[in-house]
Design a protein around this ligand. Structure first.
Ligand SMILES: [Zn+2]
Length: 195
């Protein structure tokens, strides 16, 4: 027994009784749908990165690693899904997982925007000493000031900064980090000043 790649109905003949597509048209339709959803997912990941640059969370690196793992997991799943479908193996369960993952970066990006934009509590100021700097170029440049941590259980904080702040501060400087608690409890960095 084979299933129609377009609608999932069981199919005996080349033309599907349920949707009327033949096997190659159904294959084309499945590929197009996978491609569209993957494009929507990739756009969501970009939207998430944009949102997290606008209101950079204090734990940005951990969040980016999570998003990176999610990103490659989802793309890997799309490839696996297509292969299984073309070899006429069962793929409905995988497809549901895949479709479920598609909106996740959009939801997280929206959460990140709401966390920063709708936060009305007064900011808090934390004093810290710059212990190092880190910058990485490329398509998504990232710059961090490594400062001593004020949080229990953390040795250092990796503060996301823009180019100006990255160049302004040097190792050994004592800085004030202005933070907001965040609407959903993800603390984010407003700015960094000289004491
Ligand atoms: Zn069909």
């Amino acid at each position: 027994m084979t299933r129609c790649l377009n609608c999932g109905a069981e199919r005996d003949a080349d033309v599907c009784d349920a949707c009327g597509l033949n096997s190659s048209a159904a294959e084309f339709s499945l590929r197009k749908r996978l491609l569209n959803r993957t494009a929507f997912f990739v756009l969501g990941a970009l939207a998430f990165v944009t949102a997290s640059n606008r209101y950079p969370p204090l734990d940005l690196d951990g969040i980016l690693i999570f998003i990176g793992v999610l990103f490659f997991l989802t793309l890997g799943l799309a490839i696996l899904l297509e292969r299984r479908a073309l070899r006429h193996l069962e793929f409905e369960a995988l497809k549901r997982i895949y479709y479920g993952l598609i909106p996740v970066p959009w939801i997280l990006g929206g959460l990140m925007l709401a966390n920063g934009a709708l936060d009305r509590l007064p900011p808090q100021i934390q004093e810290a000493r710059v212990e190092g700097k880190f910058s990485m170029g490329g398509a998504l440049p990232s710059r961090r000031l490594i400062v001593s941590s004020w949080r229990e259980g953390h040795r250092v904080e990796r503060i996301p900064v823009d180019r100006v702040n990255f160049d302004t501060f040097s190792r050994g400087d004592v800085v004030e980090v202005k933070l907001e608690d965040g609407l959903v409890g993800i603390p984010w960095v407003v700015d960094v000043y000289h004491r």
